[in-house]
Design a protein around this ligand. Sequence first.
Ligand SMILES: [Zn+2]
Length: 173
Amino acid sequence: MANILLLNASFEPLAVVKLSRAIGLLMDGKVEVIEAMPGRELRSAHLRQPMPSVLRLRYYVNVPRRGVGWSRRGVLARDHHTCQYCGKRLGSHEETVDHVIPQWHCRAHKIQPNTWGNTVASCPKCQQRKGGRSMHEAGMRFFNPNYEPKIPRTNYLIMASDIRPEWKRYIRI
Ligand SMILES: [Zn+2]
């Protein structure tokens, strides 16, 4: 079963859609194919073409920024189950979520600790090293200096689904 990434006209990811929906959009002329799945063909009653993997709407849809609920699972998926401090790939028994600004500090300042921006996947060793301090106080850095936790521009459910290689350039994390 093929899942297809649907982009807004602005190239922002909008949703992951099923093939039947994608066919409907193609038949209505509402989308253009941006990336195809290598070696696969789409054959339906009215269409025969390379199997789309990424579609882009021909018109801009103004999407209200509805925040996707924070979840521990979502953070781990976003960070590819990789410790954001040392870069270690996390085994299932060592998946922890670290608060960049520690929870006690957030509570003291009435800041919500569990947000997409304040949480990263972390290994137990790095979490222990960081202790109850902020990343800065602990002298720690993200292993990927380009990593910038941010409020998601799009639905993190996309991140939690199987991401095809040709999607990656359109998904910002
Ligand atoms: Zn680590």
